[in-house]
Design a protein around this ligand. Sequence first.
Ligand SMILES: [Zn+2]
Length: 165
Amino acid sequence: MRRSFTTVELLGSGDTVSLARRLRARCSQLERCALRRAVLRSALASLEKGWCPGNAEHCDHPAHDAAWVAWDHLTRWDAIEEEREHEERGAYEERELLEFCLRESGRIPEAEIRRILDTTMNTAGWSDLVGGWIRDPLVERYDAARADYLAALRSLVLRDAAGAR
Ligand SMILES: [Zn+2]
């Protein structure tokens, strides 16, 4: 990919170059958060497997409940933190609950719990890290940049082919 960027920057028109630069920016954005993203998304997937397989409303299995609460906390952790700062609540209340539920769910190995809690220390771009069931904004922006770039590249190649004839 990187070599093809260089080629485009040498041969491409202004549009293609700027699209290539945008795609490169999206790539490094993905690279930068890849590790935290992987930690969070794998935790969410494990917690989903711990949800109550029966009727959650009548469930009294603590692990099922904990898996749901931890999942719910992780998916909207940025909002929880913002709310907490707003209400000037103690910094550790929600984090302790999250830690307790992660452990209680029985789905997350101890070393992974530490890694997840480290990730929650910084909520910048949280929704990009978490992604979503249906939509995953970060990947969507990358895909869009990639599609634009490839379309521009294609028309460049076609133009050159026409010129060579
Ligand atoms: Zn249950």
